[in-house]
Design a protein around this ligand. Structure first.
Ligand SMILES: *Cc1c(COP(=O)(O)O)cnc(C)c1O
Length: 394
């Protein structure tokens, strides 16, 4: 007898983890439009519009700005594989899982990595980067995570970028969790290469990695002594496909490009500044509610991301059980801590479409009920009031 396979019926969750965030309905609709050839003039027109939309969101005039095929990590590897050659010395900021990922990838690509480190939950100080640069001979680049999703830390980039420039190094930034949630200023901050993703602040499904390269970065790519070690991520070839000549390299994921196109239209209609302010306000209310309950935020004060909060689980409470109850009883996804935060910290995302008042209220109410039922010492009946008071503020 032939096996039978049941129809897919995933539940529609409230996604309040570190990504994916809830997908905008207009994006889902765009994904139902016809798949056409990747060299069809109609699709090429979409590609051209995508480059313009991405330049607007990245706040850059960089010619080479496009969505790489693959998730955010593919964007990271594209940048590293094209900028790094064997033996290059580079500086990587490591204060969480995603900085460690950059260091790992760069080492595999043949770089000698000098780490500029900080404790999980704290920013990397500019002086630490400067010190690491001084340890390097002819540093090729400095790579740093703007929004460390493993810790909830909002890393200032501008000063570090100026330090990199003084040392003749390129500045690379991971904006996977920051793009369209908090200001990302590629040109103003003189960032030479930056990567993001579709499934966090942009609220499209995972699958593409918007990237942008400055003229200085492209000069470094053009003057390589060796070929890029990755065929799939080789910019010299991909830039031809996304540029004038349209030389086939790989088939662009058509439907995902439609999704990104619509997601960017939604972002630009809302306005970047309005979107940043929406993230700030909802996070302020969430933080006020959590504090009123007696829960503690983990990231360094003054450097907390609005789109990703790390919250300490109360002593004696099995954090996994709380997440399981949120999912089962309230249909809400939040995430566990990584690395040293495993078993101790929750990661709560308010990204893009997921970042709205009803989700803040829903989560605060649900957490209070679950923690109270588990016998945790949380203040009852205060969180929603504190959140409402935060919303009432200007
Ligand atoms: C999610 C994330 C990544 C990886 O992106 P994927 O789309 O999962 O490949 C990289 N850096 C940061 C800061 C992230 O939050």
């Amino acid at each position: 007898m032939a096996d039978t396979f049941s129809e897919l019926k995933p539940p529609a969750r409230v996604l309040l983890g570190p990504g994916p965030s809830n997908v905008h309905p207009r994006v889902m609709k765009a994904m139902l439009t016809p798949v056409i050839g990747h060299l069809d003039p109609e699709f090429i027109a979409v590609m051209e519009e995508l480059k313009k939309l991405l330049r607007t969101v990245f706040r850059t005039d960089n010619e080479l700005t496009f969505p790489a095929s693959g998730t955010g990590s593919a964007g990271m590897e594209m940048i590293l594989a094209n900028l790094i050659e064997d033996g290059d010395e580079i500086v990587v900021g490591v204060n969480g899982a995603f900085g460690a990922r950059i260091a790992d990838s760069a080492e595999r690509l043949g770089a000698k990595v000098h780490k500029a480190e900080a404790e999980w939950g704290r920013i990397i100080e500019p002086a630490t980067v400067e010190h690491a640069l001084k340890q390097s001979k002819k540093p090729k680049l400095v790579a740093i995570v703007h929004a460390e999703t493993s810790t909830g830390v909002h890393q200032p980039l501008e000063e570090i970028s100026a330090i990199a420039e003084r040392h003749g190094a390129l500045m690379v930034a991971d904006a996977v969790t920051s793009l369209a949630c908090v200001p990302v200023e590629i040109d103003k901050w003189k960032i030479d290469a930056c990567y993001s993703c579709t499934q966090k602040g942009l609220s499209a499904p995972p699958g593409l990695a918007p990237v942008t390269f400055s003229a200085r970065a492209m000069e470094a790519v053009r003057t390589r002594k060796s070929k890029c070690k990755s065929w799939y991520l080789d910019l010299a070839m991909i830039a031809n496909y996304w540029g004038e000549s349209r030389v086939y390299h790989h088939t662009a994921p058509i439907t995902m490009n439609y999704a990104l196109y619509e997601a960017l239209r939604v972002v630009i209609e809302e306005g970047l500044e309005t979107r940043w302010e929406r993230h700030r306000r909802n996070a302020a209310a969430l933080h006020a509610g959590l504090s009123a309950m007696g829960l503690k935020l983990v990231a360094q004060e003054g450097y907390r991301l609005p789109e990703l909060s790390t919250v300490a689980a109360p002593d004696g409470i099995d954090e996994a059980q709380v997440r399981a109850a949120l999912l089962k009883d309230y249909n809400i996804e939040i995430a566990a801590g990584l690395g040293p935060f495993r078993g101790k910290v929750w990661r709560v995302g308010l990204m893009g479409e997921s970042c709205k008042r009803e989700n803040v209220t829903l989560l605060l109410g649900a957490l209070e009920q679950i923690l109270t039922a588990m016998g945790a010492e949380v203040a009852r009946g205060r969180a929603l009031e504190a959140a409402a008071a935060a919303y009432a503020e200007k």
